[in-house]
Design a protein around this ligand. Structure first.
Ligand code: ZN
Length: 204
């Protein structure tokens, strides 16, 4: 697999292997079937191409950030939420895609690996889902909040684990963030349930 999407998959697999909390959760399969998906660009790609890689990531993270940008125009990017749910600014400066999973660019039935990007100063509201999840920061940084523990600022290589149905939220402050997350268990392709009434801490 030497085309941009194949290189992206290989870089993601290497990043999972090099990130202990991801590797302990699940390995990515070596040679999954590949789907023929049409590209779907989103407005955030302009910023993504400008800001990533930032130079702050190194090793497998830097290689993955570069591979995401290199394949960006072939990816089926998704927004999932509506303007009523998250606001127009959020939709203009964010995007995600299913790299591996039941409906991903690469196919498997029991695991989802997705990549998501947020520009600076955005708040992904509190939400929850049946799938167990581990997020890892590829490049940039953000603040993760999860029910039952204090908010935590994370940067390249850091991770955040969310148990099934554990409410969590993410916000960016002065830099964008590029993340890779794994989902396993029930509800792999379910849209997360947003919890709009929950208070969130002040940005820092
Ligand atoms: Zn989640």
């Amino acid at each position: 697999m030497t085309d941009p999407l194949g290189r992206l998959y290989g870089a993601a697999r290497a990043f999972v292997g090099a990130t202990p909390a991801l590797a302990a959760f699940r390995d990515l399969p070596e040679a999954p079937d590949r789907a023929d998906k049409a590209p779907n660009p989103v407005p955030a790609l302009v910023q993504l191409a400008r800001d990533v890689p930032s130079g702050a990531a190194s090793g497998a993270g830097a290689a993955l950030a570069e591979a995401v940008v290199g394949a960006a125009d072939r990816i089926d990017w998704l927004l999932t939420y509506t303007e009523d749910q998250v606001g127009a600014d959020f939709l203009a400066r964010y995007g995600w895609f299913e790299l591996l999973g039941p409906t991903g660019h690469f196919r498997t039935d029991d695991l989802v690996a997705f990549v998501a990007y947020w520009g600076p100063g955005l708040r992904y509201p509190w939400h929850r889902h049946a799938a167990e999840e581990v997020y890892a920061v590829i490049d940039g940084g953000c603040v993760f909040e999860a029910e039952g523990r204090p908010a935590r600022a994370v940067t390249a290589g850091d991770t955040s684990h969310h148990a099934p149905w554990q409410a969590h939220a993410l916000r960016t402050v002065d830099q964008p963030v590029l993340t890779l997350a794994l989902h396993a268990g029930e509800g792999l392709n379910d849209v997360p349930e947003l919890l709009p009434d929950r208070e969130t801490g002040a940005p820092r």
